[in-house]
Design a protein around this ligand. Structure first.
Ligand SMILES: [Zn+2]
Length: 306
């Protein structure tokens, strides 16, 4: 590839799109953010994605770069092989053939990926998991999802739904999950579950970050809610380790911002749960909210090599 080569990368979320031109070595040439405005409906979101991608490709050419491919990351259930966004609650997609639409509009080879899986790809290859062949990336925010990355590629599963670690059953009969079942990991340990549980116990609203702060200050309800979440996360990660036997677990998403307040007790709780399994290194994500966009770029670059 020539030094002028770039790929166009988009990470589409419910509220915003992070976009960039990325060099083959992972360096970012220019980064932009645009609103998604998911409330306008799926057709308008598709138009916005294609407009932004086309704009970036044009900008690349105007600046003397050669856009080689497009990578797009979206949330939900993604059929990466077919390039179809099968289902996404956040952006209202149902069976949207996003790859073909992008190829028709931009004339560039296009790869479509799942936001957490490509985020895991980026953390494993360029971020906190760099240099280790087997990585589990776990994103903890309003939900909990994971990506299992082996030698730089993330498993998608037979139906595009691999990595739904948030729906591991950790507390049978426990709080109701968004999926309809009781006791899923994300119903206990996601940032939104932590906030909800604290409000239940105290009647007062608080974000997960505030619960972490109050737990550190000795607030009894916060200590309890935080401990419940950490224990549930350790159960989920121990199950993950039984399945995947990774070297490194990279934890990202909003909850990872709690730093040692999360990682110290979580490491201890995970250690307690290891019997014959090798304990994975547990580290915070390094790329922050750039991971999805960088991962979309990696996916686009990988598609060129095939
Ligand atoms: Zn669930």
């Amino acid at each position: 590839m020539s030094p002028a080569d770039v790929v166009v990368a988009l990470d589409v979320g419910g509220t915003g799109m992070k976009c960039a031109l990325v060099r083959p070595d992972g360096g970012t040439v220019c980064a932009e953010r645009h609103p998604t405005d998911a409330g306008r409906g799926p057709d308008a979101v598709v138009d916005a994605i294609l407009d932004v991608a086309e704009g970036l490709a044009g900008k690349a050419r105007a600046d003397g770069f050669e856009p080689l491919a497009l990578g797009v990351a979206v949330p939900g259930v993604i059929d990466e092989a077919a390039g179809v966004a099968v289902w996404s609650a956040n952006v209202g997609f149902r069976d949207v053939p996003l790859r073909d639409l992008a190829v028709a509009r931009l004339g560039l080879p296009t790869a479509l990926g799942h936001d957490v899986r490509v985020g895991g790809l980026a953390e494993a290859r360029l971020g906190a998991g760099r240099g280790t062949g087997h990585v589990l990336f776990v994103a903890i925010g309003t939900g909990i999802a994971a990506a299992h990355v082996v030698d730089g590629s993330a498993a998608t599963g037979a139906h595009g739904a691999a990595g739904e670690i948030g729906h591991i059953l950790v507390r049978p009969g426990g709080p109701r999950c968004g999926c309809g079942r009781r006791g899923c990991l994300e119903a206990v340990a996601s940032a939104s579950a932590i906030a909800r549980r604290y409000a239940e116990l105290t009647g007062g609203p608080a974000t997960a970050a505030e619960v972490a702060d109050r737990a550190a200050d000795g607030d009894a309800a916060a200590v309890r809610v935080w401990a419940e979440a950490v224990e549930a996360l350790a159960d989920g990660l121990a199950t993950g380790q039984s399945l995947f036997d990774v070297e490194t677990v990279v934890v990202g998403g909003g909850l990872a911002q709690a730093g040692p307040r999360l990682f110290d007790p979580l490491r201890a709780a995970l250690h307690e749960r290891m019997t014959f399994h090798r304990e994975p290194r547990l580290v915070a994500a390094a790329l922050g909210d750039e991971a999805g966009c960088l991962g979309a770029a990696l996916l686009a670059l990988d598609s060129l090599e095939k």
